[in-house]
Design a protein around this ligand. Structure first.
Ligand code: AHN
Ligand code: ZN
Length: 332
């Protein structure tokens, strides 16, 4: 009996002292948290996945089609719902074949009055021709564009939702560029023509939504949703913004995403970031799944009818989204 009550008393004492200690440590660390590191929101991959799925469900988002129009309204509406100031920029551009495209760049701004801005972007259109499909019959059919297009936009929409919930101390601009994927098709063997890709971005570079718009840096997400994707350090990115490449890849490694972010070099890929860097002088990088060993240089379903929701994995979306939230929330 005596030993039992002694035990109870000791346990009680332990709990009380334990609690007191924890109490003091907690309040100290809370103070430290306020002073130094800001809290990074948790990226919800289920939510990002649902935004990818929703875009794909409209059908291929090829300029001058109904699905494209409907998806544009959806994307602008989502950015508004997530508290951004939204501009839909009409960009009349001409395709490789002379066709006039009614492209729309969809722009969401957070804290536009702030001095410091970062720019996050992805293309939202889908390729009008599956020119890399193994079946030649499919090569003039538009692709579902789940990974190529919808994945980057899905990650950015979830980031927008988190930015709206948590607030952020810097200006953040999110742009969904149009008509990136209307470049000269490979299966037609047409003569080389420069600058047939990234048409929405090229338009915006000449007509930014804010006069003389600039940002500290730009980050492009392109094909960021496939299972087991590997993001090599793309070479133009290293040329335009070597420090940012290191920061992003080191952050991914710290968060445990080393299997997605490889420290090896990839190739040079002409993509929206090249125009943003060269024409608007915003040091920009591209997080893109590049497969140097494959025939196409990209994911096996790249520009095929199989770039559908089976080509999307929540873990990949999470690795990219959480890394980028960590990057932008560490800005001061
Ligand atoms: C080229 O194939 C020249 N660039 C790849 C850009 C791209 C196409 N991203 C998605 N689709
Ligand atoms: Zn593409």
């Amino acid at each position: 009996m005596i030993s039992r009550s002694l035990f109870t008393a000791l346990t009680f004492l332990f709990i009380v002292t334990g609690c007191t200690n924890q109490g003091t440590t907690k309040s100290k660390s809370e103070k430290q948290t306020k002073k130094s590191a800001v809290k990074v929101p948790v990226f919800n991959a289920d939510s990002a996945y649902s935004y990818v799925d929703k875009q794909v469900a409209f059908g291929p988002r090829v300029p001058n089609t109904k699905a494209h129009d409907e998806c544009a309204s959806y994307l602008a509406g989502e950015l508004k719902r997530f508290g951004a100031d939204v501009i839909v920029q009409d960009a009349l551009v001409t395709a490789f074949d002379g066709k006039d495209l009614k492209a729309k760049n969809i722009i969401g701004q957070y804290n536009k009055e702030k001095k410091k801005h970062v720019l996050l972007f992805a293309h939202w259109d889908s390729r009008p021709f599956a020119d890399h499909d193994p079946d030649p019959k499919n090569r003039n059919t538009p692709i579902p564009g789940a990974n190529d297009g919808a994945s980057g936009v899905g990650v950015l929409l979830e980031m927008a939702r988190q930015i709206n919930k948590a607030g952020i101390g810097i200006g953040v601009d999110i742009i969904f560029f149009d008509a990136e994927d209307y470049g000269t098709p490979d299966h037609l063997n047409l003569p080389y023509k420069p600058d047939t890709w990234c048409l929405g971005t090229q338009y915006w570079c000449k007509h930014p939504h804010v006069e003389d718009y600039t940002a500290r840096y730009g980050i492009l997400l392109d094909m960021v949703g496939a299972p087991n994707a590997v993001f090599y350090k793309e070479l133009y990115s290293k040329e335009f913004a070597p420090d940012l490449v290191d920061r992003v890849w080191n952050t991914a490694a710290d968060l445990g995403y080393l299997s997605y972010f490889s420290f090896e070099d990839g190739g040079q890929i002409i993509d929206d970031h090249v125009y943003v860097a060269r024409e608007r002088h915003i040091p920009s990088i591209d997080i893109i799944q590049h497969e140097p060993m494959s025939d196409s240089n990209f994911n096996e379903f790249w520009h095929t009818l199989k770039d559908d929701m089976d080509n999307i994995d929540k873990s990949t979306l999470k690795a990219v989204g959480q890394t980028l939230l960590t990057i932008i929330y560490s800005e001061k």
